[in-house]
Design a protein around this ligand. Structure first.
Ligand SMILES: Nc1nc2c(ncn2[C@@H]2O[C@H](COP(=O)(O)OP(=O)(O)OP(=O)(O)O)[C@@H](O)[C@H]2O)c(=O)[nH]1
Ligand SMILES: [Mg+2]
Ligand SMILES: [Zn+2]
Length: 339
């Protein structure tokens, strides 16, 4: 289908012209392309056109990465292809080359809109497009009201309501996952991420477990990230539930998560207005006038405050450096070949 038909078996994993071009610009004849499905302590599982291999690497890639493999006695990742998106939290890379981030929240417990907004910040900042996925619609009576409450805080983002128990909304989830697209599920433990994957695959491919009685919190059942191919096209990555959603250096994500506040804030008297108690603050005025939600502004301030704090931490840039190093390694090889 693309340059080299021997890689056609990778098409379901997202192999396309873009990846093929990146690959051919850095690889040599003894190399083989593959996509990382799982990463453990010091090795990764890579899907290649001929099967699945365990490979070592100088710098470990992330689930979703496209890599250049060398086969000697053992398989080794020689280079990681440049990423078009990377989902990260506090310097930890969660998934690479994703197009959609499903921000998953369960309706069987109290909505945590602040948390959802923080996950939206991470999602937007990755370079992918977020979609909010509300699960367990079968456990509540007022699904429409809850969905509306969420939609009001997920400005510019699609909200899909599902029940893995009844199958409701699964078609809407699938509508976002198309051939050559990769989606990742992000959210707290027990939200039903792995259950959705099983429902889509129509088999118990991933382990799931009941939530705790009382607070309905999950038990951190999934312990590593898994990449699966969706029947009908597309790729889905399941992730372990996040305990906390720390934000460091995700400024781009903040602007995209709070476009309403940023827009009103453009009329504040001071350019660097923090919308707290500055004179001439248009945002505070909008909250007073009922045009902006007070909780939302509160959440925005917390996010901004935390990012200002983290910018002082020396490790805040660590992940950026790792990303730069990997890309640099891939790019270094590029001029070798005539294009
Ligand atoms: N009633 C109902 N229960 C659901 C639904 N989806 C998931 N569950 C249940 O919720 C529990 C947790 O589901 P998991 O899929 O394991 O949750 P998870 O998000 O993968 O959790 P971690 O792997 O710990 O991050 C399981 O007992 C599921 O059966 C749903 O739509 N309705
Ligand atoms: Mg799970
Ligand atoms: Zn202001």
């Amino acid at each position: 289908m693309f340059s080299d038909p021997s890689f056609d078996a990778l098409v379901p994993y997202g192999w396309d012209e873009r990846v093929a071009t990146l690959y051919s610009s850095v690889s040599e004849s003894h190399h083989e392309p593959g996509r990382v499905g799982r990463v453990d302590r010091d090795r990764c599982t890579v899907r290649t056109a001929t099967g699945t291999v365990r490979a070592g690497a100088e710098v470990l890639p992330v689930t979703g990465d496209w890599v250049v493999l060398r086969h000697d006695d053992v398989a080794t990742v020689d280079a990681v292809l440049p990423r078009w998106s990377v989902l990260e939290r506090e310097g930890q890379l969660l998934a690479a080359n994703v197009d959609i981030v499903f921000v998953v929240a369960a309706l069987d417990r109290a909505l945590n809109l602040n948390r959802m907004e923080r996950e939206l910040v991470l999602a937007w900042d990755s370079g992918a497009r977020p979609v909010v996925l509300l699960t367990k619609a079968d456990t509540v009576a007022d699904v429409d009201a809850l969905t509306e409450t969420v939609a009001a805080r997920a400005v510019g983002v699609d909200v899909v309501t599902t029940s893995s128990a009844s199958g409701h909304g699964i078609e809407d989830v699938l509508a976002h996952i198309r051939p050559h697209r990769t989606a990742v599920l992000l959210g707290p433990s027990g939200a039903g991420k792995s259950t959705i994957v099983n429902r889509i695959l129509d088999r118990e491919a991933l382990v799931t477990a009941p939530v705790r009685e009382g607070d309905h919190k999950g038990r951190h059942t999934t312990s590593s990230r898994h990449l699966v191919v969706v029947p009908g096209g597309g790729v889905l990555i399941d992730t372990p539930g996040l305990r906390s959603v720390g934000l460091t250096g995700a400024e781009g994500g903040v602007a995209l998560t709070f476009p309403d506040i940023e827009e009103v804030g453009a009329s504040c008297r001071f350019r660097d207005c923090r919308h707290v108690n500055e004179p001439g603050c248009a945002v505070v005025a909008a909250v007073g006038g009922g045009r902006l939600d007070a909780d939302r502004l509160d959440s925005y301030r917390k996010v901004q405050g935390e990012m200002a704090e983290s910018a002082k931490e020396p490790w805040a840039k660590a992940a950026d450096n790792q990303q730069a190093r990997i890309i640099h390694r891939a790019m270094k090889k590029m001029p070798k070949k005539k294009r």
